[in-house]
Design a protein around this ligand. Structure first.
Ligand code: FAQ
Length: 317
């Protein structure tokens, strides 16, 4: 079949809501876009463990510690599903990790901000996992089968994460004045970076048009951001806190909340590596990789031993 007719057939499958699987023909650019997006997503999950793990030893009760520990482990698991999904596209795990550790690959801007108080753990669950779910529910219908299937399980776990975060904030918002102030302070710092997670405005998003045509993305960056704001404002009212945006207001005519301008200069600075914690996050991943070298070596030696055992059993037989 000519490349032209292969492309027609590929687009026809997508237009008819069929999933593309690893062995199917796909245009190089589709493969490349998926490797970029899924691996950035995997890196985000793994780097995303760092800001929260910082609070495991300081969680205020055994119950909170257990929930946070489970959440951080879940994020590691999400990274593994997503690295596996990326590998189905013909790139090795080693290459992907190398791209992260050398700073070549991106990961979500949000994880370059510090966690200064226990309320930050609540704010991450409520806002960061909340934004992640908004984006990832749409990705359960993405056109690449292995990615879509990984997202189904991830979304179930993210929804628990969002609730545990909200529960932390709800408890604190019924507590002392000092606790209420901690909640407000955390939300003041996490609100705008959470809106940035959805990526640049649609007109400034170079990948969106093609990714929407291929149904890798099902909703645009701005559509998802708007849905997140609409869902989150009523939850902030229940907490009794102010979202840090004087322009936030319900627009009857649009049926949505209007919100103020996002500081895109800050976003691009963070993505370029100049956020408050970029260097610290990357250094932590490099250190973990170095410390874990013996585990990889031991696993490789064990696999080699097993292989030799099978070969000698077969040759004796
Ligand atoms: N940070 O043309 P677009 C989580 C880059 S998981 C850094 O719009 P696209 C779970 C983008 O890569 C959070 N870079 O790009 C958790 C592109 O650069 P490139 C991660 C960003 O791909 C919770 C350039 O800007 N989620 O939170 C960001 O069509 C709590 C132009 O942008 C995912 O990765 C950003 N925020 O749309 C874990 C979801 N936004 O590569 C622990 C999957 C954009 O061309 C604790 N990804 N860029 O040089 C997606 O849905 C998409 O990739 C978007 C970006 C929507 C993020």
């Amino acid at each position: 079949m000519s490349t032209h007719s292969l492309e027609d057939r590929f687009q026809h499958l997508i237009d008819h809501e069929e999933k593309i699987e690893a062995r199917d023909w796909m245009p190089d650019a589709y493969r490349k876009t998926l490797i970029r997006q899924i691996s950035q997503h995997a890196h985000s999950e793994v780097v995303g463990m760092l800001p929260e793990s910082n609070w495991i030893t300081r969680a205020p009760s055994l119950k909170r510690k257990l929930a946070l520990l489970a959440k951080v482990q879940d994020e590691g698991g999400h990274g593994l599903y997503l690295y596996s999904a990326t590998e189905t596209l013909g790139i090795s795990r080693d290459e992907l990790i190398e791209q992260l550790l050398t700073g070549k690959a991106k990961y979500s801007s949000i994880f370059n901000y510090p966690t200064l108080s226990w309320a930050d753990i609540g704010a991450i669950g409520w806002l960061v996992d909340g934004a992640a779910i908004m984006n990832q529910v749409a990705l359960c219908r993405t056109s690449y089968g292995p990615y879509a299937r990984a997202m189904v399980r991830i979304c179930k776990e993210e929804s628990f994460h969002q609730r545990q975060g909200y529960d932390i904030l709800l408890t604190m918002s019924k507590g002392s004045d000092e606790q209420k102030e901690m909640v407000q302070d955390a939300v003041n710092r996490w609100w705008w970076p959470s809106l940035m997670m959805f990526g640049p405005n649609d007109e400034a998003s170079p990948n969106s048009a093609q990714s929407m045509k291929w149904k890798i993305k099902r909703l645009s960056n701005d559509e998802l951001r708007q849905r997140f704001v609409d869902a989150t404002v009523p939850q902030a009212e229940i907490l009794g806190i102010q979202l840090p945006d004087p322009l936030l207001q319900y627009n009857e005519a649009r049926g949505h909340y209007d919100f103020g301008p996002i500081d895109w200069e800050e976003f691009f600075e963070v993505v370029a590596g100049n956020g408050p914690c970029n260097k610290e996050r990357l250094a932590a991943r490099v250190k973990a990789h170095e410390i874990g070298a013996w585990v990889r070596e031991a696993a490789t030696a064990y696999a080699e031993k097993q292989k030799n055992k099978i070969i000698s059993t077969v040759s004796v037989a």
